[in-house]
Design a protein around this ligand. Structure first.
Ligand code: WT7
Length: 688
């Protein structure tokens, strides 16, 4: 086939050689949807002059407006110290406590208001409405316990591996009260993945829960902790203690035994701390509040370090003006607190504004696709925040469900991956009933909060486009030759942000070089420069900017697969496959999926003399799940006789990706082993 020079094949070859980004820029422009008048009438932000106030001329002092949403023990002296780029220091000299800002300061006026609506997955269990007073009491008792029973001090790290229960924000806030740095690991991640993060962060404690509900099953979660604690110990960093919350206080719901001297039931020790109060620690604005690990180009996950003052002011401001949260709203972000979205927009942002925030334990489609709308109806939710993956699943499983329930959203968010205009329109008309404004917010774990989005009371919406940079964020697209790609040119490139902002990560935990390399080195104009203008932040996404200034995000440019709105490193998945002794080589490629956006296809070749068998394929899949978690489970494991390789021995993932996505692999004649392509196509091309 590679010899065929007919026009049809030439066209196919070109099609296979152009990147996803180049194809996407040929999507047609969508029509605008104006924000509903009713929304504008009540919006927190409707004055377009905000963009002048936040122009680069007024940078960085404009960000005072963000920090002024918070209570400070000591006001800061310097808004931004940029003297050592790219290590930005925000609100220098200020002292602040995140827990005080999310809890204590609301008591005077909102003591009796619901802070957290905890909705258990089983529908026959009662919803728990935790007031700000109850949150205050529980956070204080736990903080006292962590300090006095376990000796935690400001600056210590603690790994949390907790499900979606009210105890998770309680634990995060108790840490914040003491100035202890929390590192919450998504509960769906494996014990091994948790161990890696314990070791990297050198956490003193691991805090977890015995069990939680997911898809109608009470999952044993404590058994993962045994793996986490054992693996961390054998990697040279044992935790001092494992603290275990009980999903049902007073009852232990796990089959795993408690390790004597290591495991402690939190609910039991807490009895000694009834009524105890702890003064919030007045932390420097730049003290780290938490770490959040994310996948990057190399195998090891990066611990993104977020600050206290900068981060909290950024999520408070964006919650108020982009999420448009008012004190009387009931706000539901259906993300998991184990991801940055949950940290910023379930816990810290909404609670900083004294909002009522919903924490839902389980699957959105459990027991059926009407569940979210029943929750919205019964709690009176009027702001709803979710991902394209969840929207696709709800649309597929219950396209007519929303109409059956009497709820009304004023505002909805989509986040995590590009949303297809068709899915956007279903979200708008069916979920939003044509009454709600939608924001498509583009950002990343590293960013703390939103970067691009329409301002809901100002801009028209455009399906599939995130919108312009939010006030204070100045995005730019660079091409491979470091030139700016002008808006409206129809060309895609690398999206960067010209200026630092208070929510951006401070560094990669214990790895400042990686921080500089990953985000700043590529487009730095002069590495000796002390001027922040020379240090644009590179997000690692392909994007294009339309003539109206709106950005359309096209996806990752690095070795990362965005599955269901979350980044998975291909190297991590490949290394997990290589742990199976029969496997010689592994290569992961993204495959388009109707619900999850992208899913990983895993190609493996075996060591000489080993017969391919379904058993090996399932061992490989099991290894990925046990190393990383079910979220990384390969869509398919394809055992191939050999990988397609260049003459220099590089695996051609592009060829595998084309086969997985049922596209033509293009010209393969320059490969070292072109004949293998047809064989792989026969094996993998036809099946699903
Ligand atoms: C990557 C970041 C930050 C929220 C959860 C994901 C993609 C995020 C959008 C959007 C298109 C998006 C990008 C980004 N992404 N939001 N609105 N439209 N793509 O956090 O795991 O750090 O992933 O998600 O590719 O780089 P994350």
């Amino acid at each position: 086939m590679s010899e065929d020079k007919s026009p049809r094949h030439a066209a196919e070859r070109r099609a296979a050689e152009v990147s996803e980004a180049q194809i996407a820029v040929h999507w047609p422009e969508e029509d605008y949807f104006p924000p509903p008048a009713q929304f504008i009438a009540q919006a927190n932000l409707t004055d377009p002059r905000i963009f002048e106030r936040f122009s680069l001329e007024h940078f960085p002092e404009c960000y005072k407006e963000f920090a002024d949403l918070l209570d400070w023990y000591k006001y800061w002296e310097t808004t931004l110290d940029a003297s050592n780029p790219p290590f930005w220091r925000w609100f220098v000299g200020g002292r602040i406590n995140a827990c005080h800002n999310c809890v204590d300061r609301h008591l005077a006026r909102n003591r009796n208001k619901t802070a957290i609506h905890f909705v258990p997955e089983p529908e026959n269990e009662t919803v728990h409405h935790l007031t700000y007073q109850e949150l205050f009491v529980r956070v204080n008792e736990l903080a006292a316990c962590l300090r006095d029973a376990f000796g935690l001090n400001a600056g210590d790290r603690v790994t949390l591996h907790m499900p979606m229960v009210a105890e998770l924000p309680i634990t995060m806030l108790a840490c914040a009260r003491l100035g202890v740095i929390h590192s919450q690991v998504f509960s769906g991640f494996s014990g091994k993945a948790c161990a890696d993060r314990i070791v990297d962060s050198e956490s003193r404690l691991l805090i977890t829960m015995d069990a939680y509900w997911r898809g109608g099953e009470l999952l044993d979660h404590k058994e993962k902790e045994d793996i986490a604690a054992t693996e961390a110990a054998s990697a040279g960093h044992p935790v001092e203690r494992v603290l275990i919350w009980q999903r049902y206080p007073g009852k232990y719901s796990s089959g795993a035994a408690l390790a004597r001297g290591r495991d402690v039931i939190v609910n039991e020790v807490l009895a000694d701390f009834r009524g105890k109060r702890v003064e919030p620690a007045p932390m420097p604005a730049e003290a780290p509040l938490f770490l959040m690990y994310t996948s990057g180009t190399t195998g090891r996950p990066k611990g993104c370090q977020h600050s206290t003052g900068g981060y909290l002011s950024y999520v408070a401001w964006t919650s108020k003006y982009i999420q448009d949260i008012h004190p009387e709203d009931v706000y539901w972000c259906m993300a998991d607190i184990g991801w940055i979205t949950g940290h910023s927009y379930i816990v810290y942002g909404p609670l900083a504004l004294a909002a009522s925030s919903v924490v839902y334990e389980g699957l959105p489609t459990w027991p059926d696709a009407g569940r979210p709308w029943r929750i919205a109806e019964s709690l009176g939710v009027n702001i709803f925040h979710t991902s394209p993956t969840a929207i696709r699943a709800l649309r597929r499983n219950g396209p007519d469900e929303p109409a059956k329930y009497n709820y009304h959203f004023k505002h909805m968010t989509t986040v995590g991956e590009p949303i297809e205009p068709e899915v956007w329109k279903w979200y708008y008309s069916t979920v939003g009933k044509g009454e709600a404004v939608i924001v498509d917010t583009w950002w990343q774990t590293e960013n703390g909060g939103f970067l691009c989005s329409t301002v809901p009371g100002i801009h028209a919406m455009k399906p599939g486009s995130a919108g312009p940079g939010i006030p204070g964020i100045h995005p730019v697209i660079y091409d491979d030759d470091n030139k700016e790609v002008p808006m409206g040119s129809g060309k895609a490139g690398n999206i960067c942000i010209r200026n630092p902002w208070p929510g951006v990560l401070q560094t990669v935990w214990k790895d400042p070089d990686r921080y500089v390399q990953q985000y700043y080195a590529r487009y730095c104009k002069n590495s000796d420069s002390k001027d922040w203008r020379d240090w644009p932040y590179m997000a690692g996404d392909g994007a294009m900017q339309a003539a109206d200034g709106y950005f359309r995000i096209l996806g990752r440019i690095d070795d990362v697969i965005n599955v269901a709105g979350h980044r998975l490193g291909t190297k991590e998945i490949e290394s997990a496959a290589l742990l199976v002794p029969d496997v010689a080589e592994a290569a992961v490629v993204p495959v388009a999926d109707q619900v999850k956006g992208k899913v990983p296809d895993l190609y493996v070749s075996l060591k000489p003399g080993v017969e391919a068998s379904p058993k090996i394929a399932s061992k490989v899949a099991a290894s990925v799940v046990s190393q990383i978690g079910a979220i990384a489970r390969p869509h398919r494991v394809v055992i191939v006789p050999d990988m397609p390789k260049t003459r220099s021995g590089k695996i051609m993932r592009r060829v595998l990706a084309a086969i997985s996505n049922k596209q033509e692999p293009g010209d393969v004649s320059t490969l070292a082993n072109p004949e293998v392509v047809e064989k792989i196509k026969k094996q993998a091309g036809g099946q699903d």
